[in-house]
Design a protein around this ligand. Structure first.
Ligand code: SAM
Length: 293
């Protein structure tokens, strides 16, 4: 099989199968031959590992993963790609393509069935239109995976890896820091893709914590992230304003909870650390916020 990064190979595959790329599914395929081996290496995959890939496209990253892992399972939403993948991955007996929307597939069951007993990594050049929902799903469900190595837009990479309590942090930075230890690895220019996207991309790796930072019970965890999302709902305002608006809570009660947690009422959401949000959530709960329905 000629190199899958070769533009004439891609065009001829698409022509032969009558395939046209879908913008709606975020289809930008990697054509820089250096990128996929680098992503696959960065995932730290051992020969006995299982890899869950999201969106194989025509299989350019899948191939690099299959060379390094015991087994690769790739979830692809666009079934028009299946005949192309049959051809491009014919030489790899350790790859299984699963049809489905990664936001809906039962990933826990899939991992159990396909990778029983193996260390598992998630690796992908993500469809950018659903970067946050995919990562939130992978983290919140506490799937049994060692790490998540993915290509995303550079701005998303910066936000996802920003330490809580710093200017670039957003609500999602707190979730990432809670469940994982994140790192930005390298950037990838638009010309490395076909078709070229408008933005620069970056590869990040999230090493999933065995025990989340804070280790709250599921209800407290949901409440913590509801408070964080509310605080960031009005980014230019104070955390108290956001929480009061986002949780439909009395402003005076929110300010009292801030004081209980030892926090200055003027703090903006991105100035709070994860520990401070955790203390604030406990203080809010003690005052009945959010109100039970
Ligand atoms: N891995 C290939 C590469 O690097 O060249 C393709 C990456 S492309 C950016 C994203 C892939 O995700 C496409 O194959 C697209 O069809 C697939 N995709 C988009 N939405 C998806 C979803 N909800 N579930 C599973 N796959 C999806």
């Amino acid at each position: 099989m000629p190199a899958l990064t070769d533009l004439s190979t891609i065009r001829s595959l698409c022509d032969r199968y009558g395939f046209s790329l879908s913008k709606g599914f975020g289809q930008n395929f990697i054509i820089n031959p250096g990128v996929c081996p680098r992503i696959a290496e960065s995932a730290g995959i051992g020969p006995d590992w299982g890899v869950l890939e999201i969106g194989p496209g025509i299989g350019v990253l899948t191939e690099q993963l299959a060379k390094r892992a015991a087994k690769v399972v790739s979830v692809e939403i666009d079934r028009r790609l299946f005949p192309l993948l049959d051809e491009t991955l014919a030489g790899y007996g350790n790859v299984k393509i699963v049809e489905g929307d990664v936001l809906k597939v039962d990933l826990r069951a899939l991992i159990r069935q396909e990778f029983a007993g193996r260390p598992v990594a998630v690796c992908a050049n993500l469809p950018y239109y659903i970067t946050s929902p995919i990562l939130m799903r992978l983290l919140e469900e506490r799937l049994p995976v060692e790490n998540i190595t993915v290509m995303v837009q550079r701005e998303a990479a910066q936000r996802l890896c920003a330490p809580p309590g710093t200017r670039q942090a957003g609500a999602i930075s707190y979730a990432v820091a809670y469940y994982a230890s994140p790192r930005q690895l390298f950037t990838v220019q638009p010309g490395s893709f076909y078709p070229a996207p408008k933005v620069t991309s970056a590869v990040i790796r999230l090493d999933v914590r065995k025990t989340p930072a804070g280790d709250l019970d599921p209800a407290a965890e949901r409440a913590l992230f509801a408070v964080i999302r509310a605080a960031f709902s009005q980014r230019r305002k104070t955390a108290a304003n956001g929480i009061s608006a986002g949780l439909a809570a009395d402003k005076a009660a929110v300010l009292a909870a801030m004081a209980d947690a030892g926090l200055d009422a003027r703090l903006r959401p991105e100035q709070l650390t994860l520990e401070q949000f955790t203390a604030l959530q406990a203080a809010l709960a003690a005052r009945g916020i959010p109100a039970r329905k």
